[in-house]
Design a protein around this ligand. Structure first.
Ligand SMILES: [Zn+2]
Length: 318
């Protein structure tokens, strides 16, 4: 399967500017869920429709049983924004699967990006509150059963079996990604499968990418065509060239044959886009979170268009 090279905004607000995308060099629109209105708009304007499909995210106040359990045996700390759920909550997993199947039945998106495919926490901040999870009895039992390790206390697991515990978590996340990928490919074999990623390099925050969020690029690779790190520089307390730096480090972590397509934040426009546009290797397309504003203003359109042309030229010459 040849992967389409796609550029464009993310967000429902961009539906209103869908007629402006082509002239800015954009050819795709990413939106939340299987949104009929967004599919219609894309179809009408010849733009690739891409779905952001939420997996492990829920309103914990309404669904307290989904909150992962921390090392102290209590629900993890969380604020207004949090992702990840206890993966032993099978009824919730069945709900996600049903939503995916319903969407696949009704629509033919160009791509589906799996979102929140992580263990518990939140990484779009400068000072993340990183907590190990989930140590509920069912998740610990699942760990012991699948690894043959006999340990029941969180402290013991982390002290004596930390590497196996980490690997087990990464395999659970990757296994779920593969489960979704099989469902998607069975119905829509040419659908691009993307995954939104914690944007940290594998060694940052004491290897929190795998240790806390359980996102292992190599384990995810069989399920995922395009990896999309969330490059929200200002929110994360990083400089505007962060996306460029991640791309330039990607040789160290991106599996062979897979693509890196960052999502930038419109709050970082245009500096972040301009930095990514000169990165080597170049990105395989890109998304702009909340990017609708970019397509309303002539100067922004010109910048976006110029950056897309530069990336296309770099990829053609690569
Ligand atoms: Zn659990």
């Amino acid at each position: 399967m040849s992967l389409p090279l796609i550029f464009g905004p993310y967000g429902a607000s961009a539906v209103a500017v869908v007629h402006m995308l082509r002239r800015a060099g954009a050819n795709a629109l990413w939106f939340h869920g299987f949104d009929p209105e967004a599919f219609d708009a894309c179809e009408k304007h010849g733009v690739a429709a891409c779905v952001e499909f939420p997996t492990f995210r829920a309103d914990f106040r309404a669904r307290p049983e989904l909150v992962p359990i921390g090392v102290d045996g209590r629900p993890i700390r969380y604020g207004r924004l949090v992702q990840g759920v206890c993966l032993s909550q099978h009824a919730f997993l069945a709900e996600i699967e049903a939503a995916l199947l319903t969407g696949l039945d009704a629509f033919r998106p160009i791509g589906i990006w799996l979102d929140y495919l992580t263990y518990g926490g939140w990484f779009e901040v400068p000072d993340p509150d990183l907590q190990e999870s989930c140590f509920c009895p069912a998740c610990v039992a699942e760990f012991c059963e699948s690894t043959g390790i006999d340990a029941d206390r969180p402290g013991q697991i982390l002290a004596e079996h930390a590497d196996v515990w980490r690997r087990h978590k990464c395999e659970r996340i990757a296994g779920y990604a593969m489960h979704c990928a099989k469902l998607i490919r069975a119905v829509n074999p040419n659908c691009v499968i993307g995954a939104y990623m914690c944007p940290w390099l594998p060694d940052e925050f004491d290897e929190a990418l795998t240790r806390i969020f359980a996102q292992d690029y190599d384990l995810l690779a069989p399920a995922v065509d395009v990896f999309t790190p969330l490059i929200y520089a200002r929110k994360s307390g990083r400089s505007a060239d962060w996306g460029q730096a991640v791309l330039e480090a990607s040789g160290g972590f991106l599996p062979a044959g897979r693509k890196l397509q960052p999502i930038l934040d419109v709050l970082d426009f245009p500096e972040s886009l301009e930095a990514v546009a000169v990165a080597s290797p170049p990105p395989w397309g890109l998304q702009v979170f909340g990017g609708a504003e970019t397509f309303r203003d002539a100067d922004s359109i010109a910048i976006f268009s110029r950056c897309v042309e530069r990336i296309r030229a770099a990829l053609a010459g690569a």
